[in-house]
Design a protein around this ligand. Structure first.
Ligand code: VG1
Ligand code: CO
Length: 544
Protein backbone atom coordinates (compact mmCIF):
# COMPACT_ATOMS: atom_id res chain seq x y z
CA UNK A 1 0.00 0.00 0.00
CA UNK A 2 1.34 3.40 -0.96
CA UNK A 3 -0.51 6.21 0.71
CA UNK A 4 -1.94 8.66 -1.77
CA UNK A 5 -1.13 12.35 -1.79
CA UNK A 6 -4.04 14.77 -1.94
CA UNK A 7 -3.28 17.73 -4.16
CA UNK A 8 -5.52 20.76 -3.96
CA UNK A 9 -6.57 22.28 -7.22
CA UNK A 10 -9.15 24.59 -8.60
CA UNK A 11 -11.76 23.90 -11.23
CA UNK A 12 -11.11 24.56 -14.90
CA UNK A 13 -13.75 25.84 -17.23
CA UNK A 14 -13.97 24.45 -20.72
CA UNK A 15 -13.38 20.76 -19.98
CA UNK A 16 -16.55 19.73 -21.75
CA UNK A 17 -16.03 16.60 -23.86
CA UNK A 18 -17.13 16.99 -27.50
CA UNK A 19 -18.10 14.45 -30.15
CA UNK A 20 -15.23 12.22 -29.07
CA UNK A 21 -13.69 13.17 -25.74
CA UNK A 22 -11.90 16.31 -24.58
CA UNK A 23 -9.59 17.90 -27.15
CA UNK A 24 -7.35 20.88 -26.51
CA UNK A 25 -4.00 22.24 -27.53
CA UNK A 26 -1.06 20.45 -25.88
CA UNK A 27 -0.19 23.83 -24.31
CA UNK A 28 -3.49 23.86 -22.47
CA UNK A 29 -3.42 20.18 -21.54
CA UNK A 30 0.05 20.50 -20.05
CA UNK A 31 -0.84 23.43 -17.80
CA UNK A 32 -0.43 22.49 -14.14
CA UNK A 33 -3.33 20.31 -12.90
CA UNK A 34 -5.26 20.52 -16.21
CA UNK A 35 -4.97 16.86 -17.18
CA UNK A 36 -5.17 15.82 -13.53
CA UNK A 37 -8.48 17.64 -13.08
CA UNK A 38 -10.07 15.84 -15.99
CA UNK A 39 -8.76 12.45 -14.88
CA UNK A 40 -9.88 12.91 -11.27
CA UNK A 41 -13.29 14.05 -12.50
CA UNK A 42 -13.51 10.89 -14.58
CA UNK A 43 -12.47 8.74 -11.61
CA UNK A 44 -15.05 10.49 -9.41
CA UNK A 45 -17.75 9.64 -11.93
CA UNK A 46 -16.58 6.02 -12.16
CA UNK A 47 -16.87 6.16 -8.37
CA UNK A 48 -15.30 3.88 -5.78
CA UNK A 49 -12.25 2.96 -7.84
CA UNK A 50 -10.91 0.59 -5.20
CA UNK A 51 -10.03 -2.72 -6.83
CA UNK A 52 -11.09 -1.59 -10.30
CA UNK A 53 -9.18 -2.10 -13.55
CA UNK A 54 -8.41 0.12 -16.51
CA UNK A 55 -6.91 -0.12 -19.99
CA UNK A 56 -4.67 2.84 -20.86
CA UNK A 57 -3.05 3.76 -24.17
CA UNK A 58 -3.00 6.28 -26.94
CA UNK A 59 -2.23 7.14 -30.51
CA UNK A 60 1.42 7.97 -29.81
CA UNK A 61 1.08 11.70 -30.32
CA UNK A 62 3.17 14.28 -28.50
CA UNK A 63 2.44 14.25 -24.72
CA UNK A 64 1.11 10.65 -24.87
CA UNK A 65 3.77 9.19 -22.59
CA UNK A 66 3.75 12.05 -20.08
CA UNK A 67 -0.02 11.80 -19.80
CA UNK A 68 0.16 8.04 -19.25
CA UNK A 69 2.67 8.47 -16.40
CA UNK A 70 0.30 10.96 -14.76
CA UNK A 71 -2.66 8.63 -15.21
CA UNK A 72 -0.73 5.68 -13.73
CA UNK A 73 0.06 7.68 -10.59
CA UNK A 74 -3.49 8.94 -10.23
CA UNK A 75 -4.98 5.49 -10.85
CA UNK A 76 -2.82 4.05 -8.09
CA UNK A 77 -3.72 6.99 -5.84
CA UNK A 78 -7.40 6.35 -6.47
CA UNK A 79 -7.12 2.65 -5.61
CA UNK A 80 -7.23 0.92 -9.00
CA UNK A 81 -5.79 -2.58 -8.67
CA UNK A 82 -5.04 -3.38 -12.29
CA UNK A 83 -3.80 -1.37 -15.26
CA UNK A 84 -3.31 -2.76 -18.75
CA UNK A 85 -1.10 -0.50 -20.84
CA UNK A 86 0.04 -0.82 -24.44
CA UNK A 87 3.81 -1.06 -24.92
CA UNK A 88 5.36 2.40 -25.41
CA UNK A 89 1.94 3.76 -24.53
CA UNK A 90 0.58 2.74 -27.92
CA UNK A 91 -2.97 1.48 -28.39
CA UNK A 92 -5.21 2.18 -31.33
CA UNK A 93 -8.73 3.12 -30.32
CA UNK A 94 -10.24 -0.18 -31.55
CA UNK A 95 -7.42 -2.16 -29.90
CA UNK A 96 -8.16 -0.41 -26.58
CA UNK A 97 -11.83 -1.31 -26.97
CA UNK A 98 -10.85 -4.91 -27.73
CA UNK A 99 -8.70 -5.09 -24.57
CA UNK A 100 -11.39 -3.65 -22.29
CA UNK A 101 -13.78 -6.33 -23.51
CA UNK A 102 -11.34 -9.21 -23.59
CA UNK A 103 -9.96 -8.57 -20.10
CA UNK A 104 -13.27 -7.45 -18.63
CA UNK A 105 -11.82 -4.24 -17.24
CA UNK A 106 -14.00 -1.54 -15.76
CA UNK A 107 -13.15 0.73 -18.65
CA UNK A 108 -10.30 2.47 -20.35
CA UNK A 109 -8.66 5.79 -21.01
CA UNK A 110 -7.67 6.52 -24.59
CA UNK A 111 -5.30 9.37 -25.28
CA UNK A 112 -6.02 10.67 -28.72
CA UNK A 113 -7.21 13.64 -30.69
CA UNK A 114 -7.68 11.31 -33.64
CA UNK A 115 -7.19 13.13 -36.94
CA UNK A 116 -6.22 16.47 -35.38
CA UNK A 117 -2.55 17.34 -36.01
CA UNK A 118 -0.04 16.41 -33.31
CA UNK A 119 3.05 18.05 -31.83
CA UNK A 120 3.95 20.57 -29.13
CA UNK A 121 1.92 23.32 -30.81
CA UNK A 122 -0.93 21.03 -31.83
CA UNK A 123 -3.68 19.00 -30.23
CA UNK A 124 -4.04 16.42 -27.50
CA UNK A 125 -7.13 14.54 -26.44
CA UNK A 126 -8.50 12.18 -23.87
CA UNK A 127 -11.48 9.91 -23.88
CA UNK A 128 -13.05 7.63 -21.31
CA UNK A 129 -14.59 4.34 -22.44
CA UNK A 130 -16.81 2.23 -20.22
CA UNK A 131 -16.75 -1.48 -19.41
CA UNK A 132 -18.46 -2.38 -22.69
CA UNK A 133 -15.41 -0.94 -24.48
CA UNK A 134 -17.34 1.97 -25.99
CA UNK A 135 -17.17 5.74 -25.58
CA UNK A 136 -18.94 6.93 -22.46
CA UNK A 137 -22.54 7.98 -23.02
CA UNK A 138 -23.60 11.61 -22.94
CA UNK A 139 -24.94 11.28 -19.39
CA UNK A 140 -21.48 10.11 -18.25
CA UNK A 141 -19.55 12.79 -20.16
CA UNK A 142 -21.95 15.41 -18.78
CA UNK A 143 -21.35 14.13 -15.25
CA UNK A 144 -17.58 14.34 -15.83
CA UNK A 145 -17.98 17.90 -17.07
CA UNK A 146 -19.97 18.81 -13.95
CA UNK A 147 -17.14 17.42 -11.81
CA UNK A 148 -14.48 19.38 -13.69
CA UNK A 149 -16.26 22.59 -12.73
CA UNK A 150 -16.31 21.93 -9.01
CA UNK A 151 -13.23 19.83 -8.29
CA UNK A 152 -11.05 20.97 -5.38
CA UNK A 153 -8.52 18.16 -5.06
CA UNK A 154 -7.11 15.09 -6.72
CA UNK A 155 -5.31 11.96 -5.58
CA UNK A 156 -1.95 10.78 -6.81
CA UNK A 157 1.12 8.91 -5.58
CA UNK A 158 4.74 9.91 -5.60
CA UNK A 159 6.54 7.20 -7.54
CA UNK A 160 9.15 7.03 -10.30
CA UNK A 161 8.04 6.98 -13.91
CA UNK A 162 7.23 3.47 -15.09
CA UNK A 163 9.15 1.81 -17.93
CA UNK A 164 6.56 1.63 -20.72
CA UNK A 165 8.94 0.05 -23.23
CA UNK A 166 9.34 -3.39 -21.72
CA UNK A 167 6.56 -5.95 -21.85
CA UNK A 168 5.92 -7.40 -18.41
CA UNK A 169 4.24 -6.96 -15.07
CA UNK A 170 5.08 -4.62 -12.21
CA UNK A 171 3.36 -4.38 -8.86
CA UNK A 172 3.24 -0.93 -7.32
CA UNK A 173 1.56 -0.90 -3.92
CA UNK A 174 -1.76 -2.68 -4.46
CA UNK A 175 -1.78 -2.17 -8.19
CA UNK A 176 -0.67 -4.68 -10.81
CA UNK A 177 0.51 -2.98 -13.98
CA UNK A 178 0.75 -4.98 -17.19
CA UNK A 179 2.69 -3.60 -20.13
CA UNK A 180 1.38 -5.65 -23.02
CA UNK A 181 2.04 -6.09 -26.71
CA UNK A 182 -0.14 -3.44 -28.35
CA UNK A 183 -1.07 -5.56 -31.35
CA UNK A 184 -1.46 -9.26 -30.51
CA UNK A 185 -4.93 -9.38 -28.86
CA UNK A 186 -6.32 -7.21 -31.62
CA UNK A 187 -4.69 -9.26 -34.39
CA UNK A 188 -6.14 -12.41 -32.86
CA UNK A 189 -9.61 -10.88 -32.83
CA UNK A 190 -9.30 -9.98 -36.53
CA UNK A 191 -8.22 -13.53 -37.36
CA UNK A 192 -11.34 -14.83 -35.59
CA UNK A 193 -13.65 -12.70 -37.77
CA UNK A 194 -12.18 -12.80 -41.27
CA UNK A 195 -11.16 -15.57 -43.62
CA UNK A 196 -7.41 -15.10 -43.17
CA UNK A 197 -6.39 -18.07 -45.35
CA UNK A 198 -8.49 -16.73 -48.22
CA UNK A 199 -7.17 -13.18 -47.85
CA UNK A 200 -3.60 -14.51 -47.57
CA UNK A 201 -3.98 -16.47 -50.77
CA UNK A 202 -5.25 -13.38 -52.53
CA UNK A 203 -2.48 -11.10 -51.19
CA UNK A 204 0.32 -13.52 -51.89
CA UNK A 205 -0.56 -13.54 -55.58
CA UNK A 206 1.86 -11.08 -57.18
CA UNK A 207 -0.99 -9.77 -59.34
CA UNK A 208 -2.63 -8.30 -56.25
CA UNK A 209 -0.30 -5.67 -54.76
CA UNK A 210 -1.87 -3.36 -52.19
CA UNK A 211 -0.89 -0.22 -50.31
CA UNK A 212 -1.85 0.77 -46.78
CA UNK A 213 -0.95 4.30 -45.65
CA UNK A 214 -0.63 4.49 -41.86
CA UNK A 215 0.14 8.22 -42.14
CA UNK A 216 2.77 7.98 -39.37
CA UNK A 217 0.00 7.48 -36.87
CA UNK A 218 -0.96 4.59 -34.63
CA UNK A 219 -2.00 1.93 -37.18
CA UNK A 220 1.51 1.28 -38.55
CA UNK A 221 2.44 -1.56 -36.16
CA UNK A 222 -1.02 -3.11 -36.50
CA UNK A 223 -1.01 -3.00 -40.29
CA UNK A 224 2.55 -4.36 -40.59
CA UNK A 225 1.78 -7.27 -38.26
CA UNK A 226 -1.58 -8.16 -39.81
CA UNK A 227 -1.18 -7.34 -43.50
CA UNK A 228 2.50 -8.10 -44.01
CA UNK A 229 3.46 -10.61 -41.30
CA UNK A 230 0.29 -12.63 -40.92
CA UNK A 231 -1.32 -12.31 -44.33
CA UNK A 232 1.84 -12.17 -46.41
CA UNK A 233 1.28 -8.91 -48.31
CA UNK A 234 4.61 -7.84 -49.83
CA UNK A 235 6.97 -6.02 -47.50
CA UNK A 236 6.55 -2.32 -48.02
CA UNK A 237 2.81 -2.63 -48.64
CA UNK A 238 2.43 -0.54 -45.49
CA UNK A 239 3.78 2.96 -46.00
CA UNK A 240 4.46 5.63 -43.35
CA UNK A 241 4.22 2.77 -40.86
CA UNK A 242 6.24 4.18 -37.98
CA UNK A 243 4.16 6.17 -35.47
CA UNK A 244 5.75 9.59 -34.94
CA UNK A 245 4.77 11.95 -32.16
CA UNK A 246 3.96 14.69 -34.67
CA UNK A 247 2.55 12.27 -37.27
CA UNK A 248 5.40 13.40 -39.52
CA UNK A 249 3.88 16.89 -39.61
CA UNK A 250 0.86 15.50 -41.48
CA UNK A 251 -2.82 15.50 -40.86
CA UNK A 252 -3.87 11.86 -40.51
CA UNK A 253 -7.36 12.25 -41.80
CA UNK A 254 -7.98 9.45 -44.27
CA UNK A 255 -9.59 11.34 -47.13
CA UNK A 256 -8.68 12.29 -50.67
CA UNK A 257 -7.18 15.59 -49.54
CA UNK A 258 -4.95 14.44 -46.69
CA UNK A 259 -3.98 10.93 -47.83
CA UNK A 260 -2.19 12.41 -50.85
CA UNK A 261 0.60 9.87 -51.11
CA UNK A 262 -1.82 6.95 -51.17
CA UNK A 263 -4.09 8.65 -53.70
CA UNK A 264 -1.08 9.22 -55.95
CA UNK A 265 0.00 5.59 -55.60
CA UNK A 266 -3.44 4.39 -56.67
CA UNK A 267 -3.73 6.70 -59.68
CA UNK A 268 -2.61 6.69 -63.30
CA UNK A 269 -0.96 3.48 -64.47
CA UNK A 270 -0.70 2.13 -60.92
CA UNK A 271 -0.69 -1.67 -60.62
CA UNK A 272 -2.17 -1.62 -57.12
CA UNK A 273 -5.53 -3.37 -56.74
CA UNK A 274 -6.43 -1.97 -53.34
CA UNK A 275 -5.40 0.96 -51.21
CA UNK A 276 -6.38 2.13 -47.76
CA UNK A 277 -5.48 4.69 -45.16
CA UNK A 278 -6.29 5.12 -41.52
CA UNK A 279 -6.43 8.07 -39.14
CA UNK A 280 -4.47 9.15 -36.06
CA UNK A 281 -5.96 6.62 -33.65
CA UNK A 282 -6.76 3.85 -36.12
CA UNK A 283 -10.53 3.96 -35.95
CA UNK A 284 -11.24 5.29 -39.42
CA UNK A 285 -10.55 4.09 -42.92
CA UNK A 286 -10.54 5.21 -46.49
CA UNK A 287 -10.55 2.49 -49.13
CA UNK A 288 -9.60 2.89 -52.77
CA UNK A 289 -9.59 0.67 -55.82
CA UNK A 290 -7.26 1.19 -58.77
CA UNK A 291 -8.14 4.72 -59.91
CA UNK A 292 -11.37 4.35 -58.01
CA UNK A 293 -12.77 5.97 -54.88
CA UNK A 294 -15.58 4.61 -52.74
CA UNK A 295 -17.20 7.09 -50.40
CA UNK A 296 -17.63 5.93 -46.80
CA UNK A 297 -21.44 5.82 -46.97
CA UNK A 298 -21.26 3.51 -49.97
CA UNK A 299 -18.47 1.50 -48.39
CA UNK A 300 -20.68 0.82 -45.36
CA UNK A 301 -23.63 -0.22 -47.54
CA UNK A 302 -21.43 -2.45 -49.72
CA UNK A 303 -19.82 -4.19 -46.75
CA UNK A 304 -23.25 -4.92 -45.30
CA UNK A 305 -24.51 -6.19 -48.66
CA UNK A 306 -21.54 -8.56 -48.87
CA UNK A 307 -21.25 -9.51 -45.19
CA UNK A 308 -22.29 -13.09 -45.90
CA UNK A 309 -18.80 -13.85 -47.29
CA UNK A 310 -17.13 -12.99 -43.98
CA UNK A 311 -17.03 -15.94 -41.54
CA UNK A 312 -17.77 -13.66 -38.54
CA UNK A 313 -21.05 -12.46 -40.10
CA UNK A 314 -22.25 -15.45 -42.06
CA UNK A 315 -24.98 -16.11 -39.48
CA UNK A 316 -26.56 -12.80 -40.53
CA UNK A 317 -26.79 -9.36 -38.98
CA UNK A 318 -29.08 -8.35 -36.11
CA UNK A 319 -29.52 -4.90 -37.61
CA UNK A 320 -27.44 -2.02 -38.93
CA UNK A 321 -27.05 1.66 -38.10
CA UNK A 322 -25.66 4.88 -39.49
CA UNK A 323 -25.17 8.37 -38.20
CA UNK A 324 -27.77 10.84 -39.41
CA UNK A 325 -25.62 12.73 -41.97
CA UNK A 326 -24.48 9.43 -43.54
CA UNK A 327 -26.25 8.77 -46.85
CA UNK A 328 -29.23 6.46 -47.02
CA UNK A 329 -27.42 3.85 -49.15
CA UNK A 330 -27.32 1.63 -46.06
CA UNK A 331 -31.10 1.85 -45.56
CA UNK A 332 -31.67 0.36 -49.02
CA UNK A 333 -29.50 -2.67 -48.27
CA UNK A 334 -31.12 -3.14 -44.85
CA UNK A 335 -34.53 -3.11 -46.47
CA UNK A 336 -33.46 -5.75 -48.99
CA UNK A 337 -32.05 -7.89 -46.18
CA UNK A 338 -35.19 -7.39 -44.08
CA UNK A 339 -33.28 -6.03 -41.08
CA UNK A 340 -33.66 -2.83 -39.02
CA UNK A 341 -31.61 0.26 -39.85
CA UNK A 342 -31.13 2.79 -37.02
CA UNK A 343 -30.30 6.45 -37.49
CA UNK A 344 -28.20 8.00 -34.70
CA UNK A 345 -26.54 11.38 -34.08
CA UNK A 346 -22.93 11.92 -35.15
CA UNK A 347 -20.37 10.20 -32.90
CA UNK A 348 -19.73 6.60 -31.99
CA UNK A 349 -21.14 6.83 -28.47
CA UNK A 350 -24.68 6.35 -29.77
CA UNK A 351 -24.05 2.92 -31.32
CA UNK A 352 -23.00 1.11 -28.13
CA UNK A 353 -26.45 0.70 -26.56
CA UNK A 354 -27.87 -0.82 -29.75
CA UNK A 355 -25.00 -3.30 -29.90
CA UNK A 356 -25.15 -4.16 -26.21
CA UNK A 357 -28.88 -4.86 -26.61
CA UNK A 358 -28.16 -7.20 -29.54
CA UNK A 359 -30.14 -5.05 -31.97
CA UNK A 360 -27.36 -4.05 -34.31
CA UNK A 361 -24.20 -5.65 -35.72
CA UNK A 362 -22.61 -3.29 -38.29
CA UNK A 363 -22.66 0.50 -38.39
CA UNK A 364 -20.84 3.50 -39.75
CA UNK A 365 -20.53 7.20 -40.38
CA UNK A 366 -19.89 9.32 -43.44
CA UNK A 367 -16.65 10.49 -41.85
CA UNK A 368 -14.78 7.30 -42.83
CA UNK A 369 -15.77 5.35 -39.73
CA UNK A 370 -17.07 1.81 -40.00
CA UNK A 371 -17.34 -0.87 -37.35
CA UNK A 372 -19.21 -3.75 -35.81
CA UNK A 373 -20.10 -5.32 -32.52
CA UNK A 374 -16.70 -7.09 -32.34
CA UNK A 375 -15.64 -3.98 -30.36
CA UNK A 376 -17.48 -0.79 -29.36
CA UNK A 377 -15.46 1.64 -31.46
CA UNK A 378 -15.15 2.26 -35.14
CA UNK A 379 -12.32 0.21 -36.55
CA UNK A 380 -10.14 1.17 -39.51
CA UNK A 381 -8.21 -2.05 -40.06
CA UNK A 382 -11.34 -4.11 -39.54
CA UNK A 383 -12.93 -2.29 -42.49
CA UNK A 384 -9.79 -2.83 -44.59
CA UNK A 385 -9.81 -6.56 -43.82
CA UNK A 386 -13.53 -6.70 -44.53
CA UNK A 387 -12.95 -5.21 -47.99
CA UNK A 388 -10.03 -7.56 -48.61
CA UNK A 389 -12.23 -10.50 -47.65
CA UNK A 390 -14.93 -9.35 -50.08
CA UNK A 391 -12.41 -8.65 -52.86
CA UNK A 392 -10.74 -12.03 -52.32
CA UNK A 393 -14.18 -13.53 -52.94
CA UNK A 394 -15.57 -11.35 -55.75
CA UNK A 395 -12.58 -9.60 -57.33
CA UNK A 396 -12.29 -6.00 -58.47
CA UNK A 397 -13.56 -3.29 -56.14
CA UNK A 398 -14.81 -1.03 -58.91
CA UNK A 399 -16.90 -3.87 -60.29
CA UNK A 400 -18.33 -4.65 -56.85
CA UNK A 401 -19.30 -0.99 -56.45
CA UNK A 402 -20.84 -0.70 -59.90
CA UNK A 403 -22.87 -3.85 -59.44
CA UNK A 404 -24.05 -2.50 -56.12
CA UNK A 405 -25.31 0.72 -57.73
CA UNK A 406 -27.07 -1.22 -60.46
CA UNK A 407 -28.87 -3.25 -57.82
CA UNK A 408 -29.69 -0.55 -55.28
CA UNK A 409 -29.32 2.74 -57.14
CA UNK A 410 -26.65 5.25 -56.14
CA UNK A 411 -26.76 7.74 -53.30
CA UNK A 412 -24.42 10.53 -54.34
CA UNK A 413 -22.89 12.04 -51.24
CA UNK A 414 -20.48 14.80 -50.33
CA UNK A 415 -19.44 16.74 -47.25
CA UNK A 416 -18.11 20.28 -47.41
CA UNK A 417 -16.13 21.55 -44.44
CA UNK A 418 -15.68 25.25 -43.81
CA UNK A 419 -12.84 25.24 -41.31
CA UNK A 420 -11.70 27.80 -38.81
CA UNK A 421 -14.80 29.94 -39.25
CA UNK A 422 -15.42 32.62 -36.64
CA UNK A 423 -17.26 30.76 -33.87
CA UNK A 424 -19.74 33.56 -33.22
CA UNK A 425 -20.66 33.79 -36.89
CA UNK A 426 -21.02 30.03 -37.19
CA UNK A 427 -23.26 30.07 -34.13
CA UNK A 428 -25.39 32.77 -35.72
CA UNK A 429 -25.73 30.80 -38.94
CA UNK A 430 -27.01 27.80 -37.00
CA UNK A 431 -29.30 29.93 -34.83
CA UNK A 432 -30.76 31.57 -37.92
CA UNK A 433 -31.46 28.14 -39.42
CA UNK A 434 -33.10 26.94 -36.21
CA UNK A 435 -35.24 30.04 -35.93
CA UNK A 436 -36.52 29.80 -39.50
CA UNK A 437 -36.85 26.06 -39.93
CA UNK A 438 -40.60 25.90 -39.68
CA UNK A 439 -40.97 28.36 -42.56
CA UNK A 440 -38.85 26.36 -45.02
CA UNK A 441 -41.46 23.87 -46.28
CA UNK A 442 -42.75 24.79 -49.75
CA UNK A 443 -40.14 27.55 -50.10
CA UNK A 444 -37.89 27.44 -53.17
CA UNK A 445 -34.09 27.74 -52.77
CA UNK A 446 -31.98 27.93 -55.94
CA UNK A 447 -34.61 25.95 -57.82
CA UNK A 448 -35.31 23.23 -55.24
CA UNK A 449 -38.49 23.16 -53.17
CA UNK A 450 -38.28 22.18 -49.50
CA UNK A 451 -40.47 19.28 -48.50
CA UNK A 452 -39.65 19.27 -44.78
CA UNK A 453 -36.99 20.50 -42.40
CA UNK A 454 -36.12 19.75 -38.78
CA UNK A 455 -33.45 19.79 -36.11
CA UNK A 456 -32.47 16.16 -35.61
CA UNK A 457 -33.35 14.74 -32.23
CA UNK A 458 -32.54 11.18 -31.16
CA UNK A 459 -34.31 9.10 -28.58
CA UNK A 460 -32.18 6.14 -27.65
CA UNK A 461 -34.42 3.08 -28.16
CA UNK A 462 -32.72 1.27 -25.28
CA UNK A 463 -32.48 3.75 -22.42
CA UNK A 464 -34.90 6.41 -23.67
CA UNK A 465 -32.35 9.22 -23.33
CA UNK A 466 -32.92 12.15 -25.67
CA UNK A 467 -30.18 14.00 -27.58
CA UNK A 468 -31.54 17.18 -29.14
CA UNK A 469 -30.08 19.75 -31.59
CA UNK A 470 -28.00 17.23 -33.50
CA UNK A 471 -28.08 18.99 -36.86
CA UNK A 472 -30.45 20.82 -39.19
CA UNK A 473 -31.91 18.63 -41.92
CA UNK A 474 -33.56 20.00 -45.01
CA UNK A 475 -35.28 17.57 -47.39
CA UNK A 476 -36.11 18.71 -50.91
CA UNK A 477 -38.89 17.48 -53.14
CA UNK A 478 -36.48 15.87 -55.63
CA UNK A 479 -35.36 13.46 -52.89
CA UNK A 480 -32.13 15.27 -52.08
CA UNK A 481 -31.14 16.29 -48.58
CA UNK A 482 -28.78 18.75 -46.94
CA UNK A 483 -27.61 18.78 -43.33
CA UNK A 484 -25.85 21.50 -41.38
CA UNK A 485 -23.95 20.99 -38.14
CA UNK A 486 -20.94 22.33 -36.31
CA UNK A 487 -18.02 20.04 -35.59
CA UNK A 488 -17.51 18.92 -32.01
CA UNK A 489 -13.90 17.81 -32.36
CA UNK A 490 -11.98 20.96 -33.29
CA UNK A 491 -9.90 23.13 -30.99
CA UNK A 492 -9.84 26.48 -32.80
CA UNK A 493 -12.74 28.52 -34.15
CA UNK A 494 -15.63 26.57 -35.56
CA UNK A 495 -15.94 24.11 -38.41
CA UNK A 496 -19.19 24.17 -40.33
CA UNK A 497 -19.99 20.84 -41.93
CA UNK A 498 -22.53 20.69 -44.74
CA UNK A 499 -23.59 17.24 -45.93
CA UNK A 500 -25.38 16.67 -49.22
CA UNK A 501 -26.94 13.64 -50.79
CA UNK A 502 -29.25 12.73 -53.67
CA UNK A 503 -30.47 9.45 -55.07
CA UNK A 504 -30.15 8.20 -58.64
CA UNK A 505 -31.61 5.05 -60.12
CA UNK A 506 -31.18 5.75 -63.83
CA UNK A 507 -28.56 3.22 -65.03
CA UNK A 508 -27.12 5.87 -67.38
CA UNK A 509 -26.47 8.28 -64.53
CA UNK A 510 -24.60 6.08 -62.09
CA UNK A 511 -21.14 7.30 -63.12
CA UNK A 512 -21.41 11.03 -62.54
CA UNK A 513 -18.86 13.08 -60.69
CA UNK A 514 -20.45 13.56 -57.23
CA UNK A 515 -20.03 17.38 -57.09
CA UNK A 516 -21.75 17.50 -60.47
CA UNK A 517 -24.57 15.18 -59.43
CA UNK A 518 -25.08 17.26 -56.29
CA UNK A 519 -24.74 20.73 -57.80
CA UNK A 520 -28.40 21.69 -57.36
CA UNK A 521 -28.55 20.77 -53.70
CA UNK A 522 -25.17 22.43 -53.09
CA UNK A 523 -26.53 25.67 -54.55
CA UNK A 524 -29.76 25.35 -52.57
CA UNK A 525 -27.78 24.83 -49.35
CA UNK A 526 -25.85 28.08 -49.83
CA UNK A 527 -29.16 29.89 -50.14
CA UNK A 528 -30.85 28.13 -47.22
CA UNK A 529 -28.06 28.84 -44.74
CA UNK A 530 -26.74 32.14 -46.15
CA UNK A 531 -23.27 30.67 -45.88
CA UNK A 532 -21.55 33.57 -47.62
CA UNK A 533 -23.38 36.14 -45.54
CA UNK A 534 -22.42 34.59 -42.20
CA UNK A 535 -18.96 33.20 -42.94
CA UNK A 536 -17.82 35.26 -45.90
CA UNK A 537 -16.87 31.99 -47.57
CA UNK A 538 -18.17 30.46 -50.74
CA UNK A 539 -15.71 27.61 -51.16
CA UNK A 540 -15.17 24.89 -48.53
CA UNK A 541 -11.67 24.05 -47.26
CA UNK A 542 -12.15 20.31 -47.55
CA UNK A 543 -14.49 18.38 -49.82
CA UNK A 544 -15.01 14.69 -49.14
C1 VG1 B 1 -16.04 14.01 -36.39
C2 VG1 B 1 -16.88 13.19 -37.35
C3 VG1 B 1 -17.68 12.14 -36.59
C4 VG1 B 1 -16.71 11.28 -35.77
C5 VG1 B 1 -15.88 12.16 -34.87
C6 VG1 B 1 -14.85 11.39 -34.08
O1 VG1 B 1 -16.88 14.69 -35.48
O2 VG1 B 1 -17.75 14.02 -38.07
O3 VG1 B 1 -18.41 11.37 -37.49
O4 VG1 B 1 -17.42 10.35 -34.98
O5 VG1 B 1 -15.18 13.14 -35.65
O6 VG1 B 1 -14.04 10.62 -34.92
P1 VG1 B 1 -17.26 16.24 -35.64
O7 VG1 B 1 -18.05 16.58 -34.41
O8 VG1 B 1 -15.97 16.98 -35.77
O9 VG1 B 1 -18.06 16.33 -36.89
V1 VG1 B 1 -12.42 10.41 -34.54
O10 VG1 B 1 -11.79 9.41 -35.65
O11 VG1 B 1 -11.93 11.94 -34.39
O12 VG1 B 1 -12.46 9.71 -32.95
CO1 CO C 1 -10.16 8.58 -35.07
Amino acid sequence: MISPTTVSTQAFSGQKPGTSGLRKKVKEFSEPHYLENFIQSTFNVIGNCLGKSLVVGGDGRYYNREAIQTIIKMAIGNGFSQLIIGQKGILSTPAASCLIRKHNTDGGIILSASHNPAGPEEDFGIKYNGSNGGPASESVTDAIYQQTMSLTEYLTVDIDALDLNTIGETVVGDCRIHIIDSVSDYAQLMASIFDFPKIAQYLQDSDHPICFDAMHAVTGPYAVEILENRLGAAQGSVINGIPLDDFGGGHPDPNLVHAKELVQNMSGDSALVFGAASDGDGDRNMVLGNNFYVNPCDSLAMLVANAHVVPGYKEGLAGVARSMPTSRALDRVAQALGIDCYETPTGWKFFGNLMDAGKMTICGEESFGTGSSHVREKDGLWAVLFWLNVIAEYGDMEQIAKNHWLTYGRDYFSRHDFENVDATQAGKLMADLRANLHEFPRQRFAGLIVERADDFEYTDPIDGSVSANQGIRVFFDNGSRVIFRLSGTGTVGATLRIYYDCYEQDADKLDLEPQQALREVIAAAQAVAKVKYYTDRTEPDVIT
